[in-house]
Design a protein. Structure first.
Length: 258
């Protein structure tokens, strides 16, 4: 929960900064009206609209991208379950004497794959378990190749080894998918534009006689919460958003292996 706590802290800090910037903007607006009562707000509407439009565009862009990558990670879990399940079934093509060791390695492999992601957010432990998974992959491949050679049946080799290759490849695909995120400059720009929007919102509120704390708090809270959700979607398993429901297909597959 360290990442989740840190992200929540960032969200709270961002909301406080936005409130502060709105207050600064309001005071700047009041000062402008004192210096120029007749034209204090002239010509600023278009600029404010442009900044808020840019904020909406950035939020839509980052949120849509985060949600898309989150969905892709869920799909990859299903694809890995299919790949392992297919390879597991094709072990039946091996000679009976060779099936036992291969199936035992499959069970240990799937246990390791599940444990790799259960260990998160402890990255060091997760990477150690990932290395263990790869060693079991090598063991499964070696046992299967040896059994195929002993069987001397070309159909067995043609059906089993490609399935194993796909099962191994999906591991790398999932690992790469966890590292794909927008450049950090996108998040910096998002926070910067949100800050500019808060300043402009406060400046516009100077036209009223009193502060509207409801609008101030809601604006700051909504923007901060949106940024938090975007980060949580980008880094599932590290925060409050998880992929446990998608992992269930792997657990169900493990249950069928006995």
């Amino acid at each position: 929960m360290e990442f989740a706590a840190r992200t929540i802290l960032y969200g709270v800090a961002l909301s406080l900064v936005l409130v502060l910037l709105m207050e600064i903007g309001r005071r700047l607006g009041l000062r402008r009206q004192m210096l120029d009562p007749e034209g204090g707000g002239g010509g600023t509407g278009a600029i404010e609209a442009a900044i808020f439009a840019l904020l909406g565009l950035l939020i839509a862009f980052t949120f849509s991208g985060a949600a898309s990558r989150f969905d892709n990670r869920r799909v990859l879990i299903g694809e890995e379950a299919n790949a392992i399940g297919t390879a597991w079934l094709r072990v039946d093509l091996l000679p009976s004497a060779a099936q036992g060791p291969v199936r035992d390695a499959f069970r240990r492999y799937l246990d390791s794959r599940l444990k790799t992601y259960e260990l998160l957010p402890d990255l060091e432990a997760a990477y150690r378990e990932l290395d263990r998974s790869r060693k079991i992959q090598d063991e499964i491949w070696s046992l299967s190749v040896k059994a195929c050679q002993e069987a001397e049946v070309s159909q067995t080799t043609m059906l089993l080894l490609p399935a194993l290759n796909e099962m191994i490849d999906i591991t790398t695909t999932r690992q790469v998918a966890t590292t794909i995120h927008p450049p950090i400059i996108i998040y910096i720009m998002l926070v910067a534009v949100a800050s500019a929007s808060a300043l402009m919102a406060g400046y516009g509120m100077a036209r009223g006689k009193k502060r509207s704390w409801l609008h101030i708090i809601v604006f700051a809270a909504v923007v901060a919460a949106t940024v938090y959700v975007i980060l949580d979607l980008e880094y599932p398993r590290l925060g409050l958003i998880t992929l446990d429901a998608a992992d269930q297909v792997l657990r169900d597959l493990r249950a069928t292996m006995g």
